[in-house]
Design a protein around this ligand. Sequence first.
Ligand code: ADP
Ligand code: MG
Length: 238
Amino acid sequence: MGKIELNKVEKWFGDLQVIKGVDLQIEDGEFVVFVGPSGCGKSTLLRMIGGLEETSRGAIVLDGTDVTDKPPHERGLTMVFQSYALYPHMSVADNMGFSLKTSGAPKAEIDAKVGEAARILKLEPFLDRRPKALSGGQRQRVAIGRSIVRDPTAFLFDEPLSNLDAALRVEMRYEIAKLHQSLKSTMIYVTHDQVEAMTLADRIVVLEYGTIAQVGRPRELYENPANLFVAQFIGSPA
Ligand code: ADP
Ligand code: MG
């Protein structure tokens, strides 16, 4: 399961309020994209869901359980970032299996999970290589593989493709869409790229300086933007 509810969520950094009472329900298996300009609070909101940032007010509920005060490792979620530090001295397989190993999983289980992730991500030919012998796109796949092996209830992506060149971004966008189709997990994906948002999302959440400007299917937002701010992000005139 991977149902995520945000109830009147607020974030204050000292006197600065960056998330201003956000209500949102995300269904199990949904692909939701947070989009908006730099500084509007996308990463902060995502990090609050993941537990990397404290929630100042309101509640975060996962599958009916209030996790607002739980640390990240007790939430069953995984975060994928744009900077994906792989261990340079370890093989691809060991990079992907490392977190299972440190949590004491038996070798057979680790091998099975790593094998399955490698199959999904088309990394099977590269399992014995070191990260430096991989392309940028392959490295990003290893980073996603590290998340997959842990069977998370949801994936939280913070601009995972923004360090890649344009051609690779398009390819990886397609890979992420396929990943969602095969895993059917809940995914929340932060981007400031409208095209990424339009092509990946079941629903788009447009953030406007700490509040939700509009939530809807890409087509709904495109055809019926709530205001000029949304129209700017979805690329259709208001
Ligand atoms: P986005 O990811 O949409 O670019 P962020 O969530 O990173 O935006 O930031 C939202 C706002 O919160 C910005 O004004 C940013 O400067 C501020 N902010 C983020 N992290 C901190 C922090 N640790 N301390 C103070 N202000 C912060
Ligand atoms: Mg950000």
